[in-house]
Design a protein around this ligand. Structure first.
Ligand code: AP5
Length: 190
């Protein structure tokens, strides 16, 4: 199964991706996690990404697409993957489509996790108090939400037009949301 999980910051992509990837036996590939690991490790990639992440802006496509192209060549992704946080704009979606087409592959589904702004801001402020993630300040959260609306939300139509979109309510208990996602996947309906 080749899946993409899309949704605003705080919708629960990372939380749900872990559960769903384990259920499907595919790797959970989070571009945000890869960037954060590189920032923590002080790598060149981390240095290129950090200023954009700290401001709530997207890391440039040239950097992000190359990183994902490399990650998808790892052996564990050969049988499928769950991409969390990528693609994040129509240009990245085109690149992903081209990358998969090189080996005659395509996505099976794109799950859109929906949650209202008030819920996601509350979740992220709670996480800020507990974990202190650098981009969980109120100002940067607001910018991340604007970036989602401006740059990532158009992907919903892009994938709807291709018949891949499954929209899932992301508000509720974590296990309830996981069950909704799994029920929405193509194999569960086959
Ligand atoms: P990324 O790490 O992808 O951050 P994000 O999209 O802002 O997402 P979050 O991790 O904040 O939220 P989430 O939806 O994963 O929710 P989570 O499960 O964590 O990206 C960070 C940055 O990296 C970007 O701003 C950008 O700079 C860069 N980047 C990444 N990908 C890129 C790309 N493709 N192109 C360019 N730049 C890119 O949950 C959030 C909180 O809510 C947690 O505390 C969780 O415990 C809680 N929670 C989750 N579900 C529930 C629930 N059902 N009920 C109650 N609480 C819940």
């Amino acid at each position: 199964m080749r899946l993409v999980l899309v949704g605003p910051p705080g919708a629960g992509k990372g939380t749900q991706a872990q559960v769903v990837a384990a259920h499907l036996g595919v790797p959970h590939i989070s571009t945000g996690d890869i960037f954060r690991a590189n920032v923590a490790g002080g790598t060149d990639l981390g240095q290129q990404a950090q200023q954009f992440m700290d401001a709530g802006e997207l890391v440039p496509d040239s950097v992000t697409n190359a990183m994902v192209a490399d990650r998808l060549t790892h052996a564990d992704a050969a049988g499928g993957f769950l991409l969390d946080g990528y693609p994040r704009n129509p240009g990245q979606a085109e690149v992903l489509q081209e990358l998969l087409a090189r080996t005659d592959l395509e996505l099976d589904a794109v799950v859109e996790l929906v949650a209202d702004h008030e819920t996601v801001v509350q979740r992220l402020l709670e996480r800020a108090a507990k974990e202190g993630r650098a981009d969980d300040t109120e100002e940067v959260i607001r910018r991340r939400l604007d970036v989602y609306d401006e740059q990532t939300a158009p992907l919903v139509d892009f994938y709807r037009q291709r018949g891949l979109l499954r929209t899932v309510d992301g508000v509720g208990a974590v296990d309830e949301v996981s069950a909704r996602i799994i029920a929405a996947l193509p194999s569960a309906n086959a």
